[in-house]
Design a binder for this molecule. Structure first.
Ligand code: HEM
Length: 451
């Protein structure tokens, strides 16, 4: 038996998978991302050894009392900096080996989103290790941050190169006023359901965790040795700056009343600010529907809104998860699902303010899955930055497509559809990295092995 043929029929080893892949974050929460550079492998391994007791596993991930945790992920250059051998480094897939900045063009990270404008050092090879910590409040977060600081004690060859605080408001609203993190796929064999009714049939564990069968009935290529690869996953980390004032001005210029502004924003997203889906609430927001877990995600497109009269074909959520829209094509939507988690950073722009105040604000996203090219990169390039798959030509995602003032957005309506023009780029990539989040045994293996 080769390393790649392990146990496709076995249960998911939750105790060996990092918690952040499965756990729901507390609501509200505070979070900190810390990025580090390692200039000496033995210092790096020493730091990892110290961090290990604080890295939470996904065992009993559904238990809400486990509400504070830390996770650790590594870039390809980070694995190298920790002394992982060349044969192992070469066994990782191309997208991860190259890193996000090298693949900027295909991700639409051009113009002001291109890596040369990213926050340093995320535009260089300096990010080796990323620690993220989540907790319900600052007091509960602090011991995790203290453990992170303590892990660096006396180790001169490991240093923090970047850190960012993020949070969720008690209202769960993000910068554009919308609730997010509603659509979450379920994972087969994970021990409990995470998704809401309507989230679709559970997906094979191998879509999100390495070492298990995926939707293609195969094991995704496992980095070698298997101890390193098994129970790991890839993470696309993105810091996305949101131009809130520009978004508000665009709505105002293209709507005749505040009610129409809200409708237009909802058409772009596919949900109302409360989270109520347009397919079920086409005319106005419905917080009661948004609060009903049996209904908030329980809808389809082709059967319920084929013409896009409720939710436009080009709306953000219809692109990101077309559900049954592509049922009569050769595209299998389930091959392109992601676990995504958005966290808010930067101050909120005061309500009603239409001028930018110069503050950096936006969302830090993590997208997790076992195949960066088939999942994250496919969605970003084919579904976000192209409209062909829904008959919209080159039209892009109205929210974060790389539109640069030339974008259009089609809103089907009777008697004639409306086409919005000159969409600017509302979302600018400020930083990004491809990371590998190893299983807990793999972290121990990295920390304890000799070079
Ligand atoms: C700053 C940029 C973005 C904002 C403000 C944003 C906002 C939202 C909102 C409000 C929702 C609806 C709530 C929900 O279903 O969770 C949503 C859903 C979603 N977004 Fe985004 N998003 C952004 C970027 C992205 C990117 C870059 C991707 C992937 C490449 C993405 C993928 C998704 C997915 C998969 C869903 C769930 C769709 C569903 O299952 O129905 N989003 N987003």
């Amino acid at each position: 038996m080769t390393d790649n043929t392990c146990q496709s029929e076995s249960q998911v080893e939750l105790y060996d998978i990092q918690a952040t892949l499965f756990r729901k974050r507390p609501a509200p929460y505070v979070a900190t991302y810390v990025l580090l550079r390692i200039d000496d492998p033995s210092d790096g391994r020493q730091m990892l050894k110290r961090l290990l007791p604080h890295v939470a596993s996904a065992a009993r991930w559904w238990d809400p009392s486990d509400s504070a945790w830390m996770s650790v992920a590594l870039s390809h250059s980070g694995l190298r900096a920790l002394g992982v051998r060349q044969a192992s480094l070469d066994s990782f897939p191309e997208a991860f080996r190259e890193g996000m900045a090298v693949r900027a063009e295909r991700l639409g990270d051009t113009g002001e989103s291109s890596p040369e404008h990213w926050d340093a050092p995320l535009n260089s090879g300096d990010v080796h290790l990323a620690v993220s910590a989540f907790a319900p409040d600052k007091a509960t977060l602090e011991p995790l941050l203290a453990a992170c600081r303590e892990s660096l004690r006396g180790l001169l060859a490991v240093r923090v190169v970047y850190s960012l605080e993020a949070y969720q408001l008690p209202s769960r609203r993000t910068h554009l006023g919308f609730v997010d993190n509603i659509g979450v796929p379920d994972i087969e064999g994970a021990g409990a359901a995470a998704g809401l009714p309507g989230s679709g049939a559970p997906l094979k564990a191998g879509e999100f965790v390495l070492g298990y069968e995926n939707q293609l009935g195969r094991l995704s290529p496992l980095p070698q040795p298997a101890t390193l690869g098994r129970n790991g996953t890839y993470v696309a980390l993105r810091k996305l700056h949101v131009k809130v004032a520009e978004f508000r001005r665009y709505l105002k210029e293209n709507a005749a009343s505040p009610e129409e502004e809200e409708l237009l924003a909802a058409k772009m997203i596919g949900r109302w600010p409360s989270g109520a889906p347009l397919v079920l609430a086409p005319l106005h927001d419905d917080p009661g529907l948004a609060g009903d877990r049996t209904r908030v995600n329980n809808f389809t497109y082709r059967k319920q809104d084929d013409a896009g009269l409720c939710c436009p074909h080009g709306a953000h959520i219809r692109r990101m998860n077309p559900r049954d829209s592509l049922d009569d094509t050769i595209v299998d939507v389930d091959l392109h699902r992601l676990l995504h988690r958005g966290t808010t950073y930067g101050p909120m722009l005061p309500e009603g303010q239409l001028e930018d105040d110069g503050a950096d604000r936006g969302i830090v996203f993590t997208f997790m899955g076992t195949d960066l090219a088939r999942q994250f990169e496919f969605i970003k390039s084919q579904w976000a930055n192209d409209g062909d798959f829904v008959g919209l030509g080159t039209e892009k995602d109205p929210l974060f497509g790389d539109s640069d003032g030339t974008g259009t957005f089609t809103v089907p309506q009777r008697p004639v559809r409306r086409r919005l023009k000159q969409l600017p780029r509302f979302v600018v990539t400020r930083a990004g990295a491809y990371l590998f989040m190893p299983g807990i045994r793999a972290l121990t293996w990295i920390a304890e092995r000799d070079t």
